[in-house]
Design a binder for this molecule. Structure first.
Ligand SMILES: Cc1cc2nc3c(=O)[nH]c(=O)nc-3n(C[C@H](O)[C@H](O)[C@H](O)COP(=O)(O)O)c2cc1C
Length: 367
């Protein structure tokens, strides 16, 4: 496959956006999204190859490339997301109560690494407001919902599980592809949600109120070790969840080119972008060997090309999501990835569903 050349976004728009504070640039770029309806992706137009069709929890998707949680936290842009080439989008994370998040500045670009560190701390409008917005919205693509615990040090133990239930109950009548249970945000007061007792309680309470049988996925940290994965798989199986999103941002910074000095100045936060991809691929491979056949994996972390997408699919993912790549490569990145991935599949004489797990000898779940 030929090397991708910098496009209009990298040459003209990115330098302008990178002069702005990253969080302001994000809101500014979001406001420009409606313009995509009068523009056209440079390469390949709007065509998405039929080879790319996949299924998540029984729903057919035109392509496996989804928007990761965090870009449209409050469901304010669902109308425009299909114009970027996404096959689905995860809204949120939504929490029971509205929260302002951590003090600014709290998003940082690591340009040398094409990465981002964010310390947002689950800011958002809260479940009631986002639910009303989602009910009124006309999303242009299948939408999933990410739910998280309200970032509040007094919401712990039983209260934490109840907090998830409050959010889910406010939104469970809305048609959605799946709900992703975010227990792996590294930017909150406590990071103990991935502990097994807590997970057990959260899964149990959510499945109890899941009268509409919304497929439930759990979003894990890419820093999870094998023992934790084994235990999570047994909980996911016991509570009959649909699968895993692998994964969230990382707290590991050992692989970065960015200097220690700069990282110290940035302070705490979750790392996203290409530096975390190797961890994500390794974790998908491990999970693929541990999970039950019908459970699905959605890959997320540092995917910016068709080759990256093929790598996570071949390692066992049924679909993938991205966020940070948009910052460095612009709004049409999903279209570009779709085109590159279709080329790779064509060369190999495969459809996407045949490629799932092909590097690890797994046959895709037929859900
Ligand atoms: C600014 C920012 C905000 C995020 N907010 C959320 C969030 O609210 N919920 C969540 O589950 N993940 C959140 N994430 C994590 C992403 O969904 C994703 O897991 C992570 O960025 C790795 O993918 P990427 O390398 O393609 O960005 C956020 C990421 C960034 C960069």
């Amino acid at each position: 496959m030929s090397e991708r050349r910098p496009g209009l976004y990298e040459k003209l728009i990115r330098p302008l956006l990178f002069r702005m504070d990253p969080e302001e640039a994000h809101h500014f770029a979001q406001r420009l999204l409606p313009l995509l309806s009068i523009l056209k992706p440079q390469s390949g137009g709007w065509q998405i190859s039929p080879r790319l069709a996949t299924k998540i929890a029984g729903t057919r998707l035109a392509n496996p490339i989804g928007l990761a949680a965090g870009f449209d936290k409050n469901a304010t842009h669902t109308e425009w997301l299909s114009l970027m080439g996404f096959g689905f989008a995860e809204i949120g994370s939504v929490t029971a109560q509205p929260r302002p998040g951590n003090p600014k500045p709290r998003i940082f670009r690591l340009i040398e690494d094409e990465a981002v560190i964010n310390y947002l701390g689950l800011n958002g409008d809260g479940a009631e407001v986002v639910a009303a917005r989602m009910r009124a919205a006309q999303p242009s693509l299948p939408v999933a919902l990410s739910i998280a615990k309200t970032n509040d040090p007094t919401v712990v133990g039983d209260k934490a599980a109840k907090d998830f239930v409050t959010t889910f109950s406010a939104m469970k009548d809305i048609p959605m592809l799946f709900a992703s249970i975010n227990v792996s945000c590294p930017n909150t007061h406590e990071t103990k949600l991935q502990e097994l007792d807590m997970l057990d309680a959260v899964f149990q309470e959510l499945t109890k109120v899941n009268s509409n049988h919304i497929p439930l996925f759990v979003k894990l940290s890419p820093d999870s070790d094998r023992e934790l994965l084994e235990n999570v798989v047994s909980l996911v199986s016991r509570h009959r969840l649909s699968g895993y999103v692998v994964g969230n941002t990382s707290t590991d910074r050992s692989m970065l080119k960015t200097t220690k000095d700069t990282l110290t100045k940035i302070g705490p936060g979750g790392l996203s972008g290409p530096p975390i991809r190797a961890k994500v691929v390794a974790m998908i491979r491990q999970l693929c060997a541990l999970k039950q056949k019908e459970q699905q994996i959605i890959a997320c972390g540092g995917i910016t090309s068709g080759a990256d997408a093929f790598q996570v699919i071949a390692a066992g993912a049924d679909a993938l999501e991205l966020y940070t790549g948009l910052v460095y490569h612009g709004p049409y990145l999903p279209f570009t990835i779709a085109q590159e991935l279709a080329e790779i599949l064509e060369q190999k004489g495969m459809n996407l569903t045949e490629a799932i797990g092909s590097a690890v000898g797994v046959v895709a779940a037929s859900v």
